[in-house]
Design a protein around this ligand. Structure first.
Ligand SMILES: Cc1ncc(COP(=O)(O)O)c(C=O)c1O
Length: 439
């Protein structure tokens, strides 16, 4: 008997979900192991999206589960203000070992959204502490997603996420996104076209007056906005422009960190060093919610210049560096290292790329984008509007035991780093069948 027969569906309000449609035909997951979920009606579903770009080590990894079980019985909680516990320091050190050199001061939060707010606030505090209190503006990018809190929504560039929530923060501008199907459709990895789009940042900074701008925040690869891969040379140019104008560069790596691009961070893969990196998701393989922000030592040290007894930063969360999350984070980073999962993702990248691009030519498929283990299939109008087509393809895949994600007019894929070649092919076969069945 399926769990839904006894379930009251009234009270729970699902996030980012058409609730009425969902409740008419609920999709319920009841357990998970490795690459698979089990549904309430007893089916095994292949997880093609690592939960939500987050279960990078697969589901219920025994080492992470055991670390959490042990920790919760030993030290359930320790206040983060004026007190701490050893595992917070241990995890911060492990993260600093993976970040680019010098980005080694680590602040903990609970979600990607909180990491973004932390990064933005520290950027302001840093400039103010240097006597540059007029540097208060932020530049984001169209199609950017930086979580759902007011700072993140303000610098974000997804229209539906902004609409209805104004007024947002003042003093914010946006660069254009870099997706141009006419010039880069079906690019594999980084498109050759589009470097010149970085020059828009120079123009925006000049227009805004760079002496009033605190930071630029971008996802090195746009994730939720549709896996938009940076053109060759683009991130390097953004870095140069930020440096020239004394504007901090924040990489929002909530999706791209911890192996998603076959390296610890996108900053390392692209060899572009930002001043601040936000991270979450893969930090604990999503077993326990946790986020972190890595700051350049100079930013941290600037804020440490006051008297010893003074609180340097009036910011933090009740659950910053929560012991159970720290235990999960330590175990997860150990698993990545012991099982060589970042390298495994790198090896899988060409297989994933080929599988995804084998869908080129199918009905309504107007673009396919990929890098590392993240990819998107973009639909155009046909017999059905693109968004309806994408929703149907998602449902067909789910009915045939493969979980993908649809968002507007595209599908995204982000299989976990423990995927096999066979898993990747099962995902692309399911997509092919679903597209053909709905054509
Ligand atoms: C780049 C980026 N930043 C921030 C967030 C927000 O993270 P959370 O949902 O944990 O608040 C996300 C979530 O997908 C994200 O992709």
């Amino acid at each position: 008997m399926s769990a839904q027969q006894n379930l009251n569906l009234e009270n729970y309000w699902l996030p980012f979900t058409p609730n009425k449609k969902f409740k008419a035909n609920p999709r319920l997951l009841v357990s998970a192991k490795g690459m698979h979920y089990k549904t309430d009606d007893g089916r095994e579903i292949l997880d093609g999206i690592s939960g939500l770009w987050c279960c990078n080590a697969g589901h219920c990894h025994p080492k992470i589960v055991s670390a959490v079980q042990h920790q919760v019985g030993e030290l359930d909680y320790a206040t983060a203000f004026n007190m701490s516990h050893p595992k917070a320091f241990e995890l911060a050190e492990k993260i600093a070992d993976l970040t680019p050199d010098g980005l080694d001061r680590i602040f903990f939060g609970n979600s990607g959204s909180e990491a973004v707010e932390t990064a933005l606030k520290v950027a302001l505090a840093y400039h103010a502490s240097k006597g540059d209190g007029q540097k208060t503006k932020f530049i984001g990018r169209e199609k950017g997603y930086h979580g759902v809190n007011f700072g993140g929504v303000s610098v974000g560039g997804l229209t539906p996420n902004r609409k209805s929530f104004g007024p947002l923060l003042p003093g914010i501008d946006h660069m254009p996104h870099t997706w141009s199907p006419e010039n880069m459709a079906f690019s594999k990895g980084q498109p050759e076209w589009g470097l010149h789009l970085a020059e828009d940042l120079e123009k925006i900074l000049v227009l805004q007056d760079p002496s009033t701008v605190a930071a630029v925040i971008i996802e090195p690869v746009t994730g939720s906005g549709g896996v938009i891969v940076p053109p060759v040379g683009y991130l390097e140019r953004i870095r140069e422009i930020c440096t020239k104008h004394d504007v901090l560069l924040i990489f929002d790596e909530v999706i791209t960190a911890f192996g998603r691009l076959g390296d610890s961070f996108a900053a390392n893969r692209f060899n572009v060093r930002p001043d601040i990196i936000t991270m979450a998701k893969g930090l604990t393989s999503a077993v326990i919610p946790m986020s972190a922000v890595a700051f350049d030592t100079t930013i941290h040290d600037q804020l440490m210049k006051g008297p010893e007894a003074m609180i340097e930063l009036f910011h933090g969360y009740t659950y910053s560096g929560h012991p159970v999350a720290c235990a999960a984070g330590i175990a997860t980073l150990d698993v990545y290292q012991e099982e060589g999962l970042f390298d495994k993702a790198k090896e899988l990248e060409p297989i994933f790329e080929e599988a995804l691009h084998s869908l080129k030519g199918l009905n309504q498929v107007i673009d396919i984008r990929n890098i590392g283990l993240m990819g998107a299939v973009q639909f155009g109008p046909g017999k059905l509007p693109a968004a309806e087509f994408a929703a149907n393809v998602f449902q067909h895949c789910y009915d045939n035991d493969v979980l993908v994600r649809y968002s507007g007019e595209f599908l995204v894929l982000s299989p976990s780093l423990i995927s096999s070649k066979e898993h990747i092919h099962q995902i692309s076969d399911a997509l092919r069948n679903a597209i053909e069945a709905n054509s």
